[in-house]
Design a protein around this ligand. Structure first.
Ligand code: PEP
Ligand code: MN
Length: 337
């Protein structure tokens, strides 16, 4: 249930009301906007008398909501959430481009890609240190050393770094990581989500291979329920009957999620397609559909990449694409950064 308060309500009456709700075992999340304050009531609200609440002096309107996610729900929080990563703002009309290799392979590789994508206007650097590979015989990532190399690339370029965590036990290694990525395979690793909920650090949450929008939002809710509201959602392609592409990019996810939630929504065209030749058209489609950003795999030598070479674009291709994406964002919403 959400309760929209009148403008400048009597604070003593608001506190009384909140105290009364607490006595009934209901948690209250307060969202203070520029012109309105909204109370999100979490718990069993079935016994609350909606007419009684509507009649209170301080109350403008009361709505029952069906969705099981509260913190992530746009009805609770009408304004876009803007996730701040250093000077970079994700959401709220900005276009954020995250670029870098699938995996960190060496100092030379990550620093070289970081410099190139920075020069092309990327806002953050990606690179996997812990890699969730389908085969245990494939390259598993440089792990702690990979994170160290990412921090070197950050020191060289000032780009914030984004990298994937696979288990909560790895958290001590993520101190200097700016955005912690939860991969598609871990979208419903609830213990990991709870651990990330206790941090005050941005989390990039990727949609599971066969997850519904509601399941993705419930996973975001796990993080937010712990008090960490800095969550960025990512559509990265879902499993369908099509085999030509690695996955199927669900472009509708962008406008649907942006309607359902106030959290920023970005798109990963690289894992969606699995093919470098499709990265540019899918990126353009994502931005035109209203995505707040993109995460794109860029490699200086895709033929010899240790992971996901076939879907990685070269720095010079990224350069042209980044410019086109900024133009599309400008055209579609008159705001690009
Ligand atoms: C990745 O970003 O490197 C990755 C493994 O992505 P996903 O979890 O979407 O497969
Ligand atoms: Mn990859």
């Amino acid at each position: 249930m959400i309760v929209i308060l009148k403008q400048n309500p009597n604070q003593a009456q608001v506190n009384n009301f909140i105290g009364w709700l607490h006595e009934k075992g209901i948690e209250v999340h307060t969202s203070v906007g520029i012109s309105q304050t909204i109370l999100g009531l979490v718990g069993d609200t079935s016994a609350l008398d909606i007419n009684l609440i509507s009649a209170l002096d301080i109350v403008e309107d009361v709505k029952r909501i069906q969705e099981p996610y509260k913190n992530a729900n746009r009805k609770f929080h009408p304004q876009d959430t803007v996730v701040k990563v250093g000077d970079v703002q994700v959401g709220g009309g900005n276009l954020t481009i995250i670029a870098g290799p699938c995996s960190v392979e060496s100092e030379e590789q990550i620093v070289s890609v970081a410099r190139s994508v920075k020069a092309s206007g990327a806002n953050m650097l990606r690179g996997g240190a812990f890699k969730p590979r389908t085969s245990p015989y494939s390259f598993q990532g440089l792990r702690a050393e990979g994170i160290r190399l990412l921090t070197l690339a950050k020191a060289e370029t000032a780009l914030p770094i984004v990298t994937e965590i696979m288990d909560a036990s790895q958290l001590p290694l993520f101190e200097d990581v700016d955005v912690i990525q939860v991969g598609a395979r871990n979208m419903q690793n609830f213990e990991l989500l709870k651990a990330l909920g206790s941090l005050r650090k941005p989390v990039l949450l990727k949609r599971g291979l066969s997850a519904t929008y509601e399941e993705l939002l419930m996973s975001a809710e796990y993080i937010m329920a712990g008090g960490n509201d800095q969550v960025i959602l990512c559509e990265r392609g879902i499993r369908t009957f099509e085999t030509y592409t690695r996955n199927t990019m669900d472009v509708a996810a962008v406008p649907v999620l942006k309607r359902l939630t106030h959290l920023p929504v970005i798109v990963d065209p690289s894992h969606s397609a699995g093919r470098s030749d499709l990265v540019a058209p899918l990126s353009c489609a994502a931005v035109a559909a209203g995505a707040d950003g993109l995460i794109i795999e860029v490699h200086n030598d895709p033929e010899h990449a240790l992971c996901d070479g076939p879907q990685s674009i070269r720095p010079e291709v990224f350069d042209g694409l980044a410019e086109r994406l900024r133009e599309i964002a400008e055209l579609c919403r008159g705001a690009s950064k």
